[in-house]
Design a protein around this ligand. Structure first.
Ligand code: GLN
Length: 497
């Protein structure tokens, strides 16, 4: 019998639709896999066995009645614990929301359910999505399935690890500075940050509202496209949601082709500070794109070197404001409420106990950057840099259809290596942050293993806003060519756990 956990999402949906297998059997196979290995990986914070099986049963019932099923009906998914799920704990990886059971579903959650996608549970993440390794989770780190002593990326390390260890064929992440793409790169999976406003933020716990973007994670480009289509599209509940048709991502993923496309290589991303094996695989990918018929152009985006410092002013500034709502009065943790203390004292004690070090660091940084007298020097300057970065992209996209770069400067680093060195941790997002600041679309796909450590390398593809389909067109072409050349890095070489 085929192992149902090894199928792609597209294959799973087809098998369920044809009656070759049932959605319940698919869900059970994944729940069994979680039961067998997640103690080692720690991808999940909460597994919803009952909910998953009843969602699967509903799909099987609809099929039995002859109803037409959607393209991902019956496919299991791992949901980042930043999305509100009615009746199911939602912690954002933080003690401050421990025990919180949302009374409503995020729009993404609702769309997944409406599509007949089976939510297996909630995945581990850096607290409030602040981090690049999932080590900032208040509930302990997640291991990278390729080497459990290494990080699975962050903040969405639970989602990427669930995919790479075959605990789910689909996952959802959020990307404020790289938290979908960087975990995808270091686990050999596919991750997409859609155009800002492409996927609703309603019910997604806010970190930095002008940068946060939910998006699809999968093991193949087509699976990511199918999931993208299921969750994207206008939502009146999110005022920044784009009211325009979703780019034709599935069609693009089915027709991977770069012939005649102009592809820009970002000059600023590469060279010193980049691991040799990462650059080797990246350069080979560029060569491959040329062989496949693309015209390769070197593009300079000089402001990109300022993206990291600008991000670390803007994101903490917005976070300091967004996280003010955790005041111990309305939901979540409450510490020191013994009848003798003022509301202010209870708030202070709760925030002291409920937030971890990185979250506190960002609140302090953001509050400082926004304070009167420093606002112009810090926050104001960062916003100007943001404009310069957007202009660099505009100039670049006047010359090329997409840009490419390595997704990350290195492969997965050892757990513990950067946890006490915030600057080293922040560097993991060097190449991904510009797209958040500009709001355009970007994807990471696997492009082989680094020769020196045998770990996955990610190729980043960046497209203009609302041209998300170009990511899939290029991603599918590279994926097909690489699979033909040395096999799909994850599907064929994933280590046994
Ligand atoms: N690693 C970056 C940060 O710590 C990005 C996080 C994210 O995209 N959520 O802010």
């Amino acid at each position: 019998m085929t192992d149902l956990t090894r199928l792609t999402a597209a294959e799973t949906a087809a098998a369920v639709a044809s009656g070759e297998t049932s959605a319940v059997d698919v869900a059970q196979a994944h729940l069994d896999r979680i039961g067998a290995i997640d103690e080692k990986v720690h991808a999940f914070l909460h597994v919803d066995t009952e909910g998953a099986l009843s969602a699967a049963r509903a799909v099987d019932d609809r099929r039995a009645k002859g109803e037409k099923l959607g393209p991902l009906a019956g496919v299991p998914l791992a949901l980042k614990d930043i999305f509100a799920t009615k009746g199911i704990p939602t912690t954002v990886g933080s003690k401050i929301l421990e025990g919180w059971i949302p009374p409503y579903d995020a729009t993404v959650t609702k769309r997944l359910k409406d599509a007949g996608i089976v939510i297996l549970g909630k995945t581990n993440m850096d607290e409030f999505a602040m981090g690049s390794s999932t080590e900032n989770s208040a509930y302990g780190p997640t291991g990278n399935p390729w080497d459990l002593t290494r990080i699975p990326g962050g903040s969405g390390g639970g989602s990427s690890a669930a995919l790479a260890s075959y605990q789910a064929p689909l996952a959802i992440g959020t990307d404020t500075g790289g938290s979908i793409r960087q975990p995808a790169a270091v686990t050999g999976t596919v991750g997409v940050k859609p155009t800002y406003g492409g996927v609703s933020r309603y019910g997604m716990v806010a970190f930095s509202s002008s940068l946060d973007q939910g998006g699809p994670c999968a093991r193949t480009v087509l699976d990511a496209a199918l999931l993208h289509e299921a969750i994207a599209g206008h939502d009146p509940l999110d005022s920044t949601s784009i009211d325009a048709p979703v780019p034709a991502v599935v069609e693009a993923a089915r027709n991977g082709n770069v012939k005649g496309m102009r592809i820009g290589v970002v000059k600023e991303f590469g060279g010193e500070g980049y691991q040799a094996g990462v650059m080797q695989r990246f350069n080979e990918s560029v060569e491959l794109l040329r062989e496949l018929g693309a015209e390769i152009v070197e593009i300079s985006c000089p402001s990109f070197t300022l993206a990291l410092p600008a991000y670390y002013l803007i994101a903490p500034s917005e976070a300091s404001s967004n996280l003010a709502r955790f005041d111990a009065m309305r939901y979540g943790l409450r510490v020191g409420d013994d009848g003798t203390k003022s509301a202010e004292e209870v708030t202070a004690l709760t925030r002291e106990a409920g937030f971890g070090d990185e979250v506190k660091r960002r609140i302090i940084l953001g509050t400082y950057a926004l304070s009167s007298g420093y606002y112009d020097a810090y926050y104001g300057s960062a916003q100007k840099v943001r404009t310069l970065i957007t202009r660099d992209f505009e100039t670049a996209f006047g010359r090329v259809d997409v840009l490419v770069s390595p997704t990350t400067p290195t492969t997965a680093f050892p757990i513990g290596e950067r946890v006490d060195d915030p600057m080293a941790m922040y560097l993991a997002d060097l190449c991904t942050i510009p797209s958040n600041l500009a709001g355009n679309a970007a994807m990471s796909i696997p492009c082989g293993l680094a020769p020196e450590d045998g770990l996955p390398v990610g190729l980043q593809i960046i497209a203009p806003a609302m041209a998300d389909d170009r990511l899939y067109r290029v991603g599918a072409a590279v994926e097909a060519a690489l699979t033909g050349r040395w096999g799909h890095p994850l599907l064929e070489e994933a280590p046994a756990l």
